[in-house]
Write a protein of this length. Structure first.
Length: 206
């Protein structure tokens, strides 16, 4: 999917409108027909909400769709509302918080199974700052966006260990033969404190 920075700005604005309409007015945002046509292609997407605390940002919610099951415009709206109201780690976003958050939209490439002869090869097949990871095992799954590893300063091994924790299994479970690990890349746009929307650069991506 080819997306310009203008597209990214519109997607972030769409996510904000969806959050504001739902949290403030209790309604689901209905985009224009032009937006529906422009972003009709299906794509995986995550919406991240950060709360501004002084000079710092704190995670306030993050939910999305790892795979392309919805048109992009619809996926952004659904993920934005869910990030604001359904992330089990947080209370639902309050009306009073809407003006104190910054929104980030990550559009994902298709998941790619990381093929290895031995699980010990996983760290060398992962590019921190470029790849996001998803783990699937018998009882569930877990996903971490590429920016998470950068923000926490993880190396590839630490990235894998924290991915396992996100999936609800022990940190060394990436060494198990019954675990499958996928990678993907993202195009990411984020709101800045000055109202500007910019592309977030982590490394070379699609």
């Amino acid at each position: 999917m080819n997306l310009s920075d203008d597209d990214g700005k519109i997607l972030v604005e769409l996510a904000r409108k969806a959050i504001e309409e739902y949290v403030v007015n209790g309604r689901k945002y209905v985009p224009s027909e032009d937006i529906k046509r422009r972003f009709s292609e299906k794509a995986g997407v995550f919406v991240t909400i950060n709360r501004v605390v002084g000079e710092e940002r704190e995670l306030r919610g993050c939910i999305g769709f790892p795979e392309a099951i919805l048109p992009l415009y619809e996926a952004v709206i659904e993920a934005a509302i869910a990030a604001a109201t359904e992330d089990p780690r947080f209370e639902p976003l309050k009306k009073s918080e809407v003006d104190k958050i910054l929104i980030e939209v990550s559009v994902l490439t298709p998941l790619e199974l990381i093929k290895v002869d031995s699980p010990l090869q996983y760290p060398e097949r992962i590019k921190v700052g470029e790849d996001g990871l998803m783990l699937r095992w018998r009882w569930g799954s877990g996903l971490l966006l590429p920016q998470v590893a950068v923000e926490y300063g993880w190396d590839a091994r630490e990235f894998l260990e924290n991915l396992c924790l996100k999936a609800g299994i022990t940190p060394d479970s990436w060494l198990r033969k019954d675990v499958k690990i996928y990678k993907f890349q993202c195009l990411i746009w984020e709101e800045k404190g000055n109202g500007e929307i910019v592309r977030k650069h982590l490394g070379e991506r699609w």
